[in-house]
Design a protein. Structure first.
Length: 314
């Protein structure tokens, strides 16, 4: 990662928007959080450093901490079968986007266990490409008319993210959906790739996470210098200006009473009788406030009484 100028506090935590340009924070915590209750296998040898599996080992989530393909996620008919589909996420992809897929897998597995029925994470994909990208189009992403024949590309409003769907005939292990974010380049472009038999709802769940408007938390030095001009940064925990508390004025009290009366009226049936009751209550509250104010004014204007002469006992 490129470091930031020292006067910007490189280890300060900041909120990064849009999230899909935040890059990786170097850990897979957010991606593994939805399946934290599944078995974890820490591997001492080989490129895969952590493997999290469903209890029956049909779903496998691998973390390759030092590789370009940082995540590899698969699902199979059983623990020893070849994967039915594969999803990979590169080293720039925010783990918050990976969490969109792992959350959906956790739900699918829990539903399959509860119903003892077919596992949704092994269903065949839809014939209609629009279902996979609906979360993006609902968020205002639009279709790029310059996409290659036989493909569809949906682009984010800022032009810095998109998804490419390949509708051409392909083998089961061909890549047919690619989510991307950031300028082209080894350290700047995030990519998530899905093979042909990936269930459509899982691609859509990942796309939904990608279009989430919530910011990601990063340290300043984790933002690539080539991307920082494309994101908005705000310090974590930046408090708003403190408001000085003060005692309510009579005008504040009257406004509160009227607002409460209007709120009650809005929630109640609007009959003529209801409106008369609201008006009566409002007049009563206002009269009471005026009477209280007059008494307070009179008490303040009254001269203090002279002290009584001491009484002597006989």
């Amino acid at each position: 990662m490129n470091t930031q100028p020292s006067d910007q506090r490189p280890y300060q935590e900041v909120l990064v928007s849009p999230m899909y340009l935040a890059g990786s924070n170097g850990t897979g915590d957010a991606g593994f959080a939805p399946v934290s209750h599944w078995p974890h296998h820490y591997l001492d040898e080989g490129p895969c450093q952590l493997l999290v599996t469903s209890p029956d080992q049909r779903i496998r989530i691998g973390w390759f901490g030092d590789d370009f393909e940082l995540w590899k996620i698969t699902a199979a008919e059983d623990a020893v079968s070849a994967p039915r589909w594969t999803a990979t996420f590169n080293h720039v992809t925010p783990a918050e986007i990976v969490a969109g897929l792992t959350s959906a897998l956790a739900r699918d597995y829990a539903e399959a266990e509860a119903s003892e029925g077919n596992a949704r994470f092994l269903t065949s994909p839809s014939l209609y490409w629009a279902a996979a990208v609906r979360p993006l189009t609902n968020a205002g992403w639009t279709r790029d008319g310059a996409a290659e024949r036989g493909t569809v590309e949906i682009i984010a409003p800022d032009g810095q993210a998109g998804v490419l769907i390949d509708n051409r005939f392909s083998d089961w292990d061909d890549e047919t959906a690619r989510l991307w974010a950031g300028p082209p380049g080894w350290g700047t472009r995030a990519e998530a790739v899905f093979t042909a038999r990936t269930p459509t709802h899982l691609v859509a769940a990942t796309a939904a996470a990608m279009s989430d408007s919530a910011p990601a938390i990063r340290e300043r030095h984790q933002i690539n210098r080539k991307v920082e001009h494309l994101v908005t940064l705000a310090p974590v925990g930046q408090a708003a200006d403190p408001q000085i508390s003060r005692a309510p004025t009579p005008l504040d009290v009257r406004r509160t009473a009227v607002a409460q009366a209007v709120h009650r009226a809005a929630r109640a049936p609007q009959t003529a009788a209801d409106l008369r009751v609201v008006a009566a209550r409002s007049r009563t509250a206002t009269s009471a406030q005026n009477l209280s104010g007059n008494l307070a004014h009179a008490a303040a204007a009254r001269p203090p009484a002279s002290p009584s002469a001491p009484r002597h006992s006989r």
